[in-house]
Design a protein around this ligand. Structure first.
Ligand code: ZN
Length: 153
């Protein structure tokens, strides 16, 4: 392993690594995870070369586990992402994340006229298309590309 590769895989003791994020999507993933509220070490790698993907992004977050909702939202933004859980410098779990068929609460509807933005109603979105990912609001029934979506946790 040369020095350059070593830097990229600088280990964390405990926490979560989100690997194989589509290049350019890491900052969107970081938004979903609201990482400014995390006090552990965070490493974000952008446009790293990957044998499998050409280019990829990666995020490592110390002392943080993801909820199922957070993992599902990451899969919407970057369907090929891999979730790796690290304990005491060892990989204890490594798995792809499934795109959820439904997302409750965490998506903000981009339609300002939607009832979810007017009254205190929790949003409910369904997956409308997988490639590219599109979701449909359960209230105004409009379909949105995932790039137009804001998440809130
Ligand atoms: Zn809506």
């Amino acid at each position: 392993m040369n020095n350059k590769e070593k830097l990229k895989v600088d280990p964390i003791k405990n926490g979560t690594v989100i690997d194989h994020i589509s290049a350019g999507k890491a900052l969107h993933v970081a938004d979903i995870l609201n990482i400014s509220d995390t006090d552990g070490e965070i490493m974000i790698g952008l446009n790293l070369s990957s044998r499998k993907m050409g280019k990829k992004d990666i995020i490592k977050i110390e002392n943080r586990n993801l909820s199922q909702e957070e993992a599902g939202s990451i899969a919407l933004v970057s369907p090929g992402a891999t979730l790796i859980i690290i304990e005491n410098y060892k990989v204890v779990q490594k798995e792809g994340i499934d795109i959820p068929e439904e997302i409750h609460k965490h998506i903000v509807c981009p339609n300002s006229a939607c009832i979810t933005n007017i009254e205190n109603v929790s949003t409910r979105f369904k997956l409308a298309d997988k490639n590219p990912v599109q979701v449909r609001c359960g209230y105004c029934e409009k379909k949105y590309s995932i790039d137009k979506i804001k998440f809130s946790f």
